[in-house]
Write a protein that binds this ligand. Structure first.
Ligand code: DLL
Length: 431
């Protein structure tokens, strides 16, 4: 089932025409409605009248995550008055990234998510268990809005409470599961422990994303749960989930090109790479009103191809995310920058700015252990004081990241020093 035949099966020239019109409108909208963009256009010496065709996008400046942080919380909002919903994701240090949606934006989100559900194989009337977190994270509500748009029966389970998830699955028999791929694997162990046969599960289709995952994880999920596992991509800054999604042929993620314009650029030179070559995905939101983003550098590495898919859609397809150009880690679906932890440590007396993050996966769930060097005088303190320091660090980090961490205090000078770039992360996960 194709949700929006006209947009998903348009020819490339037809689509370029539409994208060009939309880009022109966007540039005028930003020029008029947003002081930050306007200053930037002036700085780059571009006028809205110079933008006639989608290829003119190259004349426009790029936007980065720091721009959102620097203008925290609402500086990049272009229609603050009509903003009706706000979501938040982690930034690098200090301020988180804040995004806002007008009613039209929420409608757009519901539509692209409905397309994604259709791509995965959902049909109206199906039941979906949404086990992405509901709240500030965009996963839960994004999937929810799409499911409502399509006319699915939604179980808004949110993430966690695994026993309850499995009971909901066993009793209600939903056909679709939406969660992070690592959670799908985590639930597997719990099911086995409870004596539930995963092969007999009601889930036939999985919509998994928000973190990198490999073909071998896919194979394991599919074989164990006896379901088809599809990949969904998105990011809060652009809209949340619903930017790109695999169809049942699993030959790349169909990118919603009429509303999100993709460029794949060499991160060093900013030049376009050839189709099929690796580069950084840069996205322009062509129709968003609340907080439209122009040439947003996602830091995600992909390849892109424009051939028609076997499913009949002409939308370009991006590869799975092949890596990132920065040091962002994704732990249980939550974006974590080592610098966020450094920032916390700097504020706590008695610690040294030498730390190591040890990321692992136990029972299919990511774990984060933070090793922190303490000052000499602290290390000779009583155990009770050390415990208190450990607790403080743990609490502070958890409040910034929203993620459980284990803190281990280590002796001064015990974390290996490096002559070059400090090694702050040991990631033992195999994905
Ligand atoms: O993770 C939105 C989302 C929710 C996508 C549910 C899919 C499903 P953020 O928290 O802003 O938004 O994180 C965005 O997560 O730049 C990627 O690095 C990574 N990411 C998202 N989807 C995938 C995926 C949501 N399918 C960041 N594969 C992005 C690999 C992904 N990485």
């Amino acid at each position: 089932m194709i949700w929006d035949q006209k947009m998903e099966c348009a020819s490339r020239p037809e689509m370029k025409k539409l994208q060009s019109e939309r880009l022109k409108k966007l540039v005028h909208y930003l020029w008029k409605g947003n002081a930050v963009y306007r200053r930037r256009f002036e700085h780059f010496n571009v006028k809205p009248s110079e933008i006639g065709d989608i290829s003119d996008i190259r004349k426009l400046p790029v936007t980065v995550k720091e721009d959102l942080r620097d203008n925290y919380p609402f500086g990049l909002f272009t229609d603050y008055r009509h903003t009706t919903e706000i979501h938040v994701s982690s930034g690098t240090t200090g301020n988180p990234t804040v995004v806002g949606y007008t009613r039209e934006d929420l409608k757009l989100w519901a539509q692209v998510m409905a397309r994604s559900l259709a791509l995965a194989g959902a049909v109206p009337g199906d039941m979906i268990q949404v086990a992405y977190g509901y709240g500030l994270f965009t996963g839960g509500l994004g999937a929810h809005y799409g499911a409502l748009e399509m006319g699915l029966k939604v179980i808004p389970a949110s993430s966690g409470q695994t026993k309850r998830q499995l009971k909901l699955m066993t009793d209600f028999r939903p056909r679709i599961l939406a969660c992070t791929p690592s959670y799908a694997l985590f639930m597997l162990d719990e099911a086995r422990a409870l004596g539930i046969d995963p092969k007999a599960s009601s889930w036939e289709i999985g919509i998994f994303g928000a973190e990198p995952w490999s073909e071998s994880m896919r194979a394991q999920i599919e074989a164990s749960w006896d379901m088809t596992a599809t990949d969904i991509y998105g990011l809060s800054e652009i809209i949340g989930p619903g930017v790109a999604q695999e169809c049942q042929h699993k030959a790349g993620l169909h990118f919603q090109w009429d509303v999100f314009y993709p460029e794949v650029l060499d991160p060093k030179t900013g030049e376009n790479v050839k189709d099929g070559e690796r580069g950084e995905l840069v996205i322009t939101t062509l129709t968003k009103r609340g907080i439209p983003l122009l040439r947003y550098r996602t830091r995600d590495i992909v390849t892109i191809e424009y051939s028609k898919c076997k499913c009949g859609r002409t939308t370009p397809r991006i590869s799975k995310i092949l890596g990132r150009t920065d040091d962002m880690l994704i732990i249980r679906g939550i974006n974590v920058f080592p610098s966020q932890i450094e920032y916390v440590l700097l504020k706590i007396e008695g610690t040294q700015p030498h730390y190591l993050l040890v990321v692992d996966r136990q029972n299919n769930l990511d774990t984060l252990e933070v090793w922190v060097e303490v000052e000499e005088k602290m290390f000779s303190d009583e155990i009770k004081q050390m415990r208190a320091l450990e607790e403080t660090i743990k609490r502070e980090i958890e409040s910034v990241l929203g993620l459980d961490v284990k803190v281990k205090l280590v002796e001064p000078k015990s974390i290996e020093r490096s002559e070059g770039k400090a090694k702050r992360v040991i990631d033992k996960r195999k994905i």
